[in-house]
Design a protein around this ligand. Structure first.
Ligand SMILES: *Cc1c(COP(=O)(O)O)cnc(C)c1O
Length: 381
């Protein structure tokens, strides 16, 4: 291995996932590349998704939207989590769509558009059950009313009406039906206010794959884009998604120790018999959750080997038993699922070990882990 710790990102897998989801959902797709592309790198993932036919890019913050433009990406972009003092003029000038959830935001966006002399393109978000962002039911008439006023004035154009689902990953969720009903009502009210959105969107990954009636014109795809089953294996099918990230490191030290040897901080782990310990330069600052203590494992020397003792900030210790392990040998923390080889953990397994979700493991991969991009078996950078 030529680096100590790396996250190898397979851009061919990203492309393939876009095609797989696009074929299943039969709608346009928005590749959600917030949080640096779920830790994979927003710009390379965005480019791969666009190559494979995604029509849109979605991010949370204005800064994330502007970073895509700064990288030279001209495709349609939507950002949706804005602070009142965000630089809406910068977004309008960059030609990105602005997700709007409140009257106050709408006024701020219209003010920026007037000052710039360029209309803002907005996507109005309704809250249909998450109680996070999105206009609440009682505020929706006011939001759509002001949006129509600003449209007539020429300050804004309403491109879309949209919302976000709370539990699309739960098959047959009654909450989902209720959200669809509320969304339909919000859409009808928007049209009654005189708005005529080109785009209507509601579905995330799980809904795109599992709930056809939520697909409308566009599905916003996060987790599935990165090749992780949004149903955690409990969904309506196997989708042929391919995990894009492999987190791995070369062994930096190896020692043979006798029984009774303490390992890592604290008293938790003492070897039961003579064994070989392999040290990996990956710790919780690199994304290995301490909460996986006693459960986490890696693939090393062709086997699954447990991480023993506490995971430290920069490193962790693997018990390799009597396997022949040498400094420099590659250990895979997680990577794609392989039907022929169950020794390699997946990110979903790590999430279960740490009592969390794969999204948190992926976005937790630390900044000092080098991202290396592969495309069609070729090293790109
Ligand atoms: C993160 C996010 C998504 C992507 O969700 P997945 O379940 O990962 O597909 C879609 N829409 C919004 C508004 C989001 O914040």
């Amino acid at each position: 291995m030529n680096t100590l710790a790396e996250a190898a990102v397979d851009l061919t897998a990203i492309e393939q996932n876009v095609r797989t989801i696009g074929a299943a959902a039969d709608t346009a797709l928005m590749a959600v590349v917030k949080a640096d592309g779920f830790g994979h790198g927003a710009v390379p993932v965005a480019r791969a998704a666009l190559r494979a036919g995604a029509g849109w890019l979605g991010v949370a913050s204005a800064a994330e939207a502007l970073a895509l433009r700064a990288a030279g990406i001209t495709a349609p972009v939507l950002s949706w989590l804005h602070r009142p003092d965000d630089d809406f003029a910068a977004l309008i000038a960059a030609g990105t769509d602005i997700g709007v959830s409140t009257v106050a935001h709408l006024h701020a966006v219209a003010d920026a558009a007037r000052a710039l002399g360029v209309p803002a393109t907005v996507q109005l978000k309704a809250d249909t059950g998450l109680s996070r962002n999105g206009a609440a039911e009682r505020d929706w008439p006011e939001v759509t009313g002001w949006a129509r006023k600003f449209e007539l004035e020429g300050a804004v154009r309403v491109r879309a009406v949209w919302s976000h689902l709370a539990d699309a990953d739960v098959p047959d969720s009654p909450g989902l039906s209720r959200q669809v009903t509320l969304f339909e009502e919000a859409l009808a009210l928007a049209r009654a206010a005189g708005l005529d959105p080109d785009l209507v969107h509601l579905a995330n990954s799980a809904a795109a794959l599992g709930a056809p009636r939520t697909r409308y014109d566009l599905c916003r795809i996060g987790l599935a884009l990165y090749g992780v089953d949004p149903f955690g294996g409990n969904g309506p099918g196997r989708y042929g998604l391919r995990a894009a990230m492999t987190l791995r490191a070369g062994v930096v030290n190896v020692k043979r120790v006798p029984a009774g040897t303490g390992v890592s901080y604290g008293p938790e782990h003492v070897t039961r018999g003579p064994t070989t310990l392999a040290l990996l330069p990956l710790g919780y600052a690199d994304g290995l959750p301490r909460a996986a203590e006693g459960r986490g494992a890696v693939r090393l020397a062709g086997r699954r080997c447990p991480i023993v003792g506490r995971i430290a900030m920069d490193q962790c210790v693997v018990d390799a038993g009597d396997l022949p392990v040498e400094i420099g040998d590659e250990a895979v923390v997680f990577g794609p699922e392989r039907d022929d080889d169950r020794t390699q953990p997946t990110v979903a397994q790590w999430a279960r070990w740490a009592r969390t979700i794969p999204n948190e493991i992926l976005t937790g991969v630390g900044a000092r882990v080098v991202r290396r991009y592969r495309h069609d078996e070729t090293e790109l950078s």
